[in-house]
Design a protein around this ligand. Structure first.
Ligand SMILES: C[S@@+](CC[C@H](N)C(=O)[O-])C[C@H]1O[C@@H](n2cnc3c(N)ncnc32)[C@H](O)[C@@H]1O
Length: 436
C-alpha cells in the first residue's frame, strides 16, 4: 500500500529495540506491514554530545536517582520533526491526566503523534513545560519507563484506525465504546466447548435466538458496568427515570449525600423522608445539595395515600424490611423479588425501598438468586460472596459491594442495578420528576 499511514507514531525512547520488537507482533505488526500504521523509534542517546553519550544527571536540590537531561530528549524530538514532519507531542508521566478510550478516539484523528518515554526519576521538567503539547498517564501506578505506556497508547489508537481490524464492528462493541447506552463494560464472551468441566455457558447463547442473545448481552453489560464501574454510570445516557423513590428514615441524615448520589446515578424520582416534616425536608435538601427532589411524609399511611392518588393508581409499596414503626410491605424475600421485577415494567408503579433496615441480606438474596426465594433461610455469609455466587456475569468482582458504605445502601444499589440490568419494556409515561 503506497498511501500515507493513517497514524504515524514517533517513539522517543532509550530502548528502541524493545519497542520495535513489540510493535512488530500481532495485529499491530500486520497493520505496519500493510502501511496502515507507522511506528518509528528514536533514542535520545544518539543526540548526547559527550564521549560517554550521557543522557542523565543528578537532580538539582539533591535526592535519590537520576534525571533524564533535557538536551538529548529535545534534540531527538526536533530531529523527528525535521526529518518526518510535525507531530502532536505527548510526554508520558504518572503526573498527568489518565489515558482512556475517549483520549484514544481523539488521538486516532491525528496524523502524527510523538510519545516521549522517560526513565530513571523522569525527565527534566522543562521538557514538559516548553517542548510537548500534552502529558498522559497510563494509570495511577509507576512504571520503570514510558515504553509500556507508549505501546499501550499505540495499540489502543491503532486499532481504531480504519482497516486495522478485520471486523470494524468489534470496535463499536468493545468495552468503553460510546454506544447507545453510554460507555459500558463488555458482556461476557464464551466459546466452545459449551460445557467445560462442569461449567456450562449461559443457555440463551446456544438458542440461536438473536434477539434473546442481544437482550441478554445488554443486560449483562449493564449489570457489570453498574456493579463494577459505578463511576461510568454518571456519564451514561440511561433510559428515562424509573418511577422509584427511595424511602429513608428522617434520622438517617448522615447518609444523605450517599443516598442523593445513589438516587441521581439511578435516575430515581427522588427521596421520601419518612417520619419527617417540612423542617426535615429542608434539612435533607440542604444535606443533599439540592441534587434530588425531596418529599417529607409523616408515616407510611401518608405515603400510601399519596401513592393511591398518583397517576396510574398502582400503589406498589415495597420495603426491604421493617424497622421501628415502619411495617414490612413485602411478606417474604420471594415476594419482594416478584414485586421488584413486576414493578419495573409496570406503568406508574412506584417502588419504595427502605435502606438501613434489618433483613436486607435476605432481600438481596432474593433479588440476585436465579430462582426467587431459593436462598431464604440460608446461613449468614459475607455479603459479597453470596451475592456474586448468584450472578455468574458478576463472577470474580473486585468490589461489587463497597465495604466503606453501609451494607443496606449497597443492597439497595444492587437491587437497582438488577432492575436496570433487566431488559424491560420502556415505561409508557415520561416518568415522574417528583417523589410520590
Ligand atoms: C520510574 S518512572 C518516574 C516516576 C517519577 N519519579 C514519579 O514518581 O512520578 C520513569 C518513567 O516511566 C514513565 N512512567 C512511569 N509510570 C507511568 C505511568 N503511570 N504512565 C505513563 N508513564 C509512566 C514516565 O515516562 C517516567 O518518566
Amino acid at each position: 500500500m503506497s498511501e500515507a499511514p493513517r497514524t504515524a507514531f514517533e517513539i522517543i525512547t532509550l530502548f528502541p529495540a524493545a519497542v520495535e520488537a513489540f510493535a512488530g507482533a500481532g495485529l499491530l505488526g500486520k497493520a505496519i506491514e500493510r502501511g496502515l500504521v507507522a511506528v518509528h523509534t528514536t533514542s535520545p542517546r544518539d543526540f548526547a554530545t559527550d564521549r560517554w553519550r550521557t543522557v542523565d544527571d543528578a537532580p538539582f536540590g539533591g535526592g535519590a536517582g537520576m534525571v533524564l537531561k533535557p538536551e538529548p530528549v529535545v534534540a531527538a524530538l526536533e530531529h523527528v520533526v525535521a526529518t518526518r514532519g510535525p507531530c502532536h507531542r505527548i510526554l508520558l508521566t504518572p503526573s498527568a491526566p489518565r489515558f482512556d478510550q475517549r483520549v484514544a478516539e481523539r488521538l486516532a484523528t491525528l496524523p502524527r503523534i510523538a510519545l516521549v518515554c522517560g526513565r530513571y526519576e523522569g525527565i527534566d521538567d522543562r521538557v514538559r513545560e516548553h517542548y510537548v503539547d500534552e502529558c498522559l498517564s497510563l494509570g495511577d501506578f509507576v512504571l520503570g519507563g514510558g515504553e509500556v505506556a507508549a505501546l499501550a497508547i499505540v495499540e489502543a489508537v491503532s486499532r481504531l484506525a480504519e482497516g486495522v481490524l478485520h471486523n470494524p464492528e468489534s470496535v463499536a462493541g468493545d468495552s468503553f465504546a460510546a454506544g447507545d447506552h453510554g460507555p459500558l463494560l463488555e458482556f461476557p464472551q464464551y466459546t466452545r466447548p459449551a460445557v467445560f468441566r462442569e461449567h456450562a455457558v449461559p443457555e440463551v447463547l446456544l438458542s440461536g435466538d438473536h434477539a434473546a442473545v442481544a437482550a441478554w448481552r445488554l443486560a449483562a453489560s449493564l449489570r457489570r458496568t453498574w456493579a463494577l464501574r459505578p463511576e461510568l454510570r454518571a456519564v451514561s445516557p440511561w433510559p428515562p427515570a424509573l418511577p422509584i423513590s427511595l424511602g429513608v428514615g428522617a434520622d438517617a441524615i448522615a447518609l444523605a449525600p450517599a443516598l442523593a448520589e445513589l438516587a441521581r446515578c439511578h435516575a430515581l424520582a427522588g427521596l421520601v423522608v419518612l417520619g419527617g416534616d417540612e423542617d426535615d425536608a429542608l434539612a435533607w435538601t440542604r444535606a443533599t445539595g439540592g441534587r434530588v427532589p425531596i418529599a417529607a411524609m409523616r408515616d407510611l399511611a401518608a405515603v400510601r395515600r399519596r401513592l393511591k392518588r398518583s397517576e396510574a393508581g398502582a400503589p406498589w409499596l415495597v420495603a426491604l424490611a421493617a424497622a421501628g414503626e415502619v411495617p414490612a410491605a413485602a411478606a417474604s424475600a420471594a415476594e419482594l423479588h416478584d414485586r421488584l421485577t413486576t414493578c419495573a415494567g409496570r406503568r406508574g408503579a412506584a417502588v419504595l425501598l427502605l435502606p438501613g433496615l434489618a433483613g436486607a441480606q435476605d432481600a438481596a438474596d432474593a433479588i440476585f438468586a436465579p430462582a426467587a426465594g431459593a436462598h431464604e433461610g440460608s446461613p449468614a455469609a459475607p455479603q459479597r460472596a453470596r451475592v456474586s455466587e448468584h450472578d455468574p456475569t458478576l463472577a470474580n468482582p473486585p468490589a461489587i459491594v463497597d465495604p466503606s458504605r453501609p451494607a443496606a445502601l449497597a443492597v439497595v444499589e444492587l437491587a437497582l442495578t438488577r432492575l436496570r440490568g433487566t431488559p424491560q419494556a420502556p415505561p409508557t409515561h415520561a416518568g415522574p420528576t417528583k417523589p410520590p
